[in-house]
Design a binder for this molecule. Structure first.
Ligand code: NAI
Length: 477
């Protein structure tokens, strides 16, 4: 099989950027060029301030950039020069048309594929890195073959990415496994071996798994669905805990000790977010429906519905605790990213909560250590709605630190589990002094020591724990 000398990655996002930066670092003999049609993003990758925040990423990019790692808007040149091309473009949920709200929008994958076919002057290995519905590789091959110059051969591989935002660098450095799906032909297996060599520079061979294309594609959707399902399962239990006086952290701990279950992804919260879980489950739902498996579709759909229910339930608890009205009250939102250690806000539960609080006519002050103000404004406005921003800014403000966000607030709502919001970092005594009384804290991420805060005078309401005012039902006493 062929030894790869030049790699091109189409899509300089949360996946393409970190993945190819690590590949470049671990393979100093391979030239890696990451291309994107978004010039602002490429300029940021070439600047001191990278477009995404990811612990450890700066050092890697700055170490390889200009040596064997390049960022460019010249997609044609990237494709022409490469032996192997990663397609790492976005695959959001379709907003319109057939499958709207469920199916993945494969428009970006298709246009990247057509671009490859149009400009390629030599044989290429095309690697599907984006998360796609099962059998997309088939469509890509069809498009490539129908549009390619005569005599040019393409091999298609599926190589889904399992990194998680916030831990992308350690995830890439020590992956649990690398999947390489290929056709079971001589050419397919040879292409897979070429890609395996790249990973083998740092990943033990035993963890680089070859399989058929469709298994590899489906494994990515399956893994995300199974992970999200654990969160929805523990969140469903959190509702039972609140109604009974059981404590979800204790239940989670007890269940997690069972080695068959394990402790990861069993933390109750206000709900999961991020660009992938919801999108990929809906994608699986749509796939199930197209395969005429309605029961399977309903099963997975419920994982997403439970997540929506959890956000609504948490909001209802805030409203009822605050004496059934939020009108004119100040709510401090701590955290806007969908989880800690990332600035990404896609599908963040904070967006849904703020929208619910706005509908209740609350005044909202938001603080997040890594999310840009412009991103928050974008997430809270409907594109194209006139005066939306002006209306929004009457109700919502963005604070530069946690203390000013909480100043004069009626309630503090923890939406993201940033370490700096823990009571071991933040001075909650100082926050309490400057809040309206009674001062409420709603812990949507189970990061606070309730007893300690209640000792300061706060009223603390935590996901998966009975309300402070909870009384055991009389017939149980
Ligand atoms: P992203 O939106 O951050 O990046 C995609 C980039 O592709 C954008 O910068 C866009 O301008 C560029 N692009 C789109 N069409 C293009 C074209 N024809 N030519 C050149 N550039 C083009 O998306 P992200 O988060 O990196 O996700 C990419 C894929 O990886 C998705 O399929 C996603 O499901 C999957 N994935 C994402 C993970 C995550 O944590 N974000 C984890 C694992 C997989």
């Amino acid at each position: 099989h062929k030894t790869i000398k030049k790699i091109c990655c189409i899509g300089a996002g949360y996946v393409g950027g970190p993945t190819c930066a690590v590949i470049a670092e671990k393979n100093p003999d391979i030239i890696v060029t990451i291309v994107d049609i978004n010039p602002t993003r490429i300029a940021a990758w070439n600047s001191d301030t990278l477009p995404i925040y990811e612990p450890g990423l700066d050092k890697i990019v700055k170490g390889c950039r200009g040596r064997n790692l390049f960022f460019s808007t010249d997609v044609d040149k990237g494709i022409i020069e490469a032996d192997l091309i990663f397609v790492s473009v976005n695959t959001p949920t379709k907003k319109k048309g057939v499958g709207a709200g469920y199916a993945a929008d494969l428009g970006y994958v298709e246009s990247a594929t057509r671009h490859i076919a149009r400009v390629a002057q030599s044989d290429k290995i095309v690697v599907e890195k984006s998360t796609v519905p099962c059998r997309t590789a088939h469509s890509m091959r069809y498009i490539l073959e129908a549009n390619a110059r005569p005599g040019i051969h393409f091999d298609i591989l599926s190589n889904p990415e399992f990194l998680a935002e916030g831990t992308a660098v350690p995830d890439l450095m020590r992956p649990d496994r690398v999947l390489i799906g290929s056709l079971d032909t001589l050419a397919g297996r040879a292409a897979a071996a070429s890609l395996a060599d790249i990973y083998a520079s740092w990943v033990p061979r035993g963890q680089i798994i070859a399989m058929n294309l469709w298994s590899s594609e489906l494994s990515k959707l399956a893994a995300n669905a199974l992970l999200a399902q654990r969160i929805s399962s523990i969140n469903a239990l959190s509702a039972i805990c609140e109604a009974t006086g059981a404590d979800v952290d204790e239940v989670s701990y007890a269940c997690g000790l069972d080695t068959r279950i394990g402790s990861k992804f069993l933390k109750a919260s206000v709900g999961f977010g991020g660009s992938c879980f919801q999108k990929d489950i809906l994608n699986l739902v749509y796939l199930s429906e197209s395969l005429h498996l309605p029961e399977v579709a309903a099963y997975w759909r419920q994982v997403v519905e439970m997540n929506e229910y959890q956000k609504r339930r948490f909001t209802d608890r805030v409203i009822s605790s605050l004496f059934n009205t939020l009108t004119g009250k100040k709510i401090a939102i701590l955290g806007f990213a969908f989880k800690k250690d990332t600035g990404d806000t896609r599908e963040s539960p904070a967006i849904t909560l703020v929208n619910y609080f706005r509908a209740e006519r609350a005044n909202i002050s938001i603080y997040d250590p890594k999310v840009e103000d412009s991103q928050i404004w974008m997430d809270l406005t409907e594109p194209g709605v006139v005066d939306d921003l002006a209306e929004l800014q009457k109700q919502v403000s963005i604070a530069t630190n946690a203390y000013s966000a909480c100043d004069d607030a009626d309630a503090v709502v923890i939406c993201t589990e940033w370490d700096e919001f823990r009571d071991t970092y933040l001075d909650y005594g100082r926050i309490y002094e400057n809040m309206k009384k009674p001062a409420f804290v709603f812990d949507g991420r189970l990061i606070l020591d309730r007893n300690r805060l209640e000792g300061m005078g706060f009223r603390v309401e935590t996901i998966g724990r009975a309300a402070s005012s909870f009384k055991t039902p009389r017939d149980w006493e």
